[in-house]
Design a protein around this ligand. Sequence first.
Ligand code: HEC
Length: 292
Amino acid sequence: MRQRTPVFVNILIITVLLVIFYYLFVQSYSFLASPYFWGTVVISAILAYIHSAIGDLIENNKFKKLTAEEKSAYLNEKKIPFLKRQYDAAFKKQSETEEKDILIDHGFDGIMELDNQLPKWWVGLFWFGTVFCAVYISAYSFTDFAHPLTEYEVEYKEQIASIAAYEKDQPQVTIETAEFSEDNIAAGEEVFKTNCVSCHSDGGKGGIGPNLTDNFWHNQPEKTLFKNVFHVVENGVTGTAMQAWGKNGVLTGRDIQNVAAYVYHINQEQPPITPAQGGAPAYGDEAKWEKQ
Ligand code: HEC
């Protein structure tokens, strides 16, 4: 007859599992102060006691049916402390006589198979994994808990809110207040790489959109180059692929000030990328920009 696990061990295991699951859902240990948590622990403990009492009854009945020899073997084994018994079950090798008892009758080529019991730690891990899986799948399917899409959504909103809060404190840049500054070129290059390079190509040499490095401009609404670029990026060019980045709310005034500094830089401070060097051909009229 097999020895049973003492009830205090079961209660300990249940409590540890409860702590793990509560922690998963609450994401902090604050539940340790909650009556719901301790209520669950107490109810689980009572159920474990009932389970153990029923086990005792069954055990007593089975015990009566054992032979005198089996009875004493059982009682002797019961004297071994629980942890020692677990250790032996997990690591001790069977003696030859014990092996005979669990030999399965389908050896082949001299290889015999033993009907070993699975180690307790293995069975425990298996059940833990199974329960964890069930809880996780139902949480994933029916709640927002630990859901990557929900977490993304929340973090995305937080970031947008923090950007909006930052923008609120900064003075807005408009075409009247915008100014060219060397310091904005690097930031402008980033804006360009993210938003513009798909049409205007590397370094603004032109592709779907015109070459921004030469002196030919189809759109010349302003008198200075810097303001002209600001104007075109803010308002776009109606009826073309060049959208109104500022008016559509894609870029802020500061982004446009930066990218206009970059376009000014590649147009005025760098040699043009000619068609011979892979640049797009001239588009529009030659510009005579006023000084800034
Ligand atoms: C979807 C493609 C596309 C994207 C993306 C795009 N542009 Fe354009 N852009 C164009 C086209 C097409 C034109 C030419 C419009 C026309 O025919 O007047 C243009 C024109 C321009 C002009 C005026 C050129 C001229 O000769 O008049 C500037 C300046 C400009 N874009 C800057 C930018 C900047 C800066 C960005 C990024 C914020 C950007 N563009 C993103 C397609 C694009």
